[in-house]
Write a new protein. Structure first.
Length: 306
């Protein structure tokens, strides 16, 4: 059934089961990644990347998802969830300039022209950009001053933001630039309110040139570091502190002071009596009274301390 559908689909002109960029430039010796978005009709078929060998409607497969590759510089990877397969071309040479095609099930459905040059007229610093959920990322598309035409930011499946359109699937897109450096212009594309569902392949388009960019949106795992200051209880449990005296300690100190003062008065009074009294019996009685008073005071202090 799938084979029949594929044959029927291939017979209709203007029906694209695979979409991608149309014209790309890359520097000599650089690596280029071409993403190819495919419709569900291609899901059950192997994916391929072919090169136009010059003859009319003649393509030669140079790499496919069945593990075939004509060069160690070529590799292919398929993401069935995103329905995108990517072709990686490493260490590009001038001889690699030409027409290529994305296809499935032995048929090419989309062609792309790749130009290998010393000075690409449209390029980005990296084809891979990472952002966090709820955040924003900025992509700088550098283009030569001689490149002119409509500027767009598009998903690899063909939905674009440009002119009055500034949203793609809930993703806020802001394009600014037209500011110039010495030899190039810069188109800045800012993507805001990122969600994990925004992960995927996009491309920057200026005139007839495009450059693919992959956006990866992840959860923000950065935790805010806070400085915890010790509380009063923490400090008091670590270092000894001088606590105020209790009511009992205060009463004891007051009583001791009064007893000491009373003892001093009794001793002074007793000495005065001893000097004045002539009779021995009275002197002995006074001394005995003083000693008795002192014993009473000491006994009272001991009882209170308990």
């Amino acid at each position: 059934m799938n084979c029949i559908l594929l044959i029927l689909l291939s017979g209709f002109q203007g029906i694209d089961s695979i979409t991608s960029v149309k014209r790309v430039e890359v520097g000599v010796g650089r690596t280029l990644i071409i993403p190819c978005y495919y419709e569900a009709i291609c899901s059950s078929y192997y994916k391929l990347f072919a090169r136009d060998i010059g003859a009319e409607s003649s393509w030669r497969t140079i790499v496919d998802s069945k593990s075939y590759s004509s060069s160690e510089r070529l590799s292919i990877s398929d993401d069935p969830i995103q329905r995108v397969f990517t072709v990686t071309l490493q260490n590009m040479e001038r001889a690699d300039t030409g027409w290529y095609g994305c296809g499935c099930g032995e048929r090419v459905y989309h062609d792309v022209y790749i130009s290998v040059t010393e000075y690409p007229r449209l390029y980005v610093g990296s084809q891979y950009v990472t952002g966090h959920v709820g955040g924003s990322v900025a992509i700088y598309c550098n283009y030569s001053i001689g490149v002119d035409g409509h500027k767009k930011w598009c998903r690899i499946d063909g939905y674009c933001a440009g002119g009055n359109y500034n949203h793609i699937s809930g993703l806020s897109v802001k394009m600014s630039g037209n500011g110039y450096r010495v030899s190039t212009g810069v188109l800045k594309v800012t993507l805001r309110r990122l969600q994990e569902s925004n992960t995927g392949w996009y491309y920057c388009s200026v005139g007839d040139l495009q450059v693919p960019v992959h956006i990866t949106v992840t959860q923000n795992t950065t935790t805010q570091q806070t400085s915890t200051m010790p509380t009063v209880d923490d400090v008091s449990s670590t270092f000894p502190t001088n606590k105020p005296h209790s009511q009992k300690d205060f009463n004891l100190a007051l009583l001791l002071g009064l007893l000491g003062l009373l003892l001093l008065v009794v001793i002074c009074g007793s000495l005065i009596l001893v000097i004045r009294l002539k009779k021995r019996s009275r002197s002995i009685y006074c001394i005995s009274s003083v000693l008795s008073c002192m014993a009473t005071c000491i006994a009272t202090f001991g009882e209170f301390d308990k």
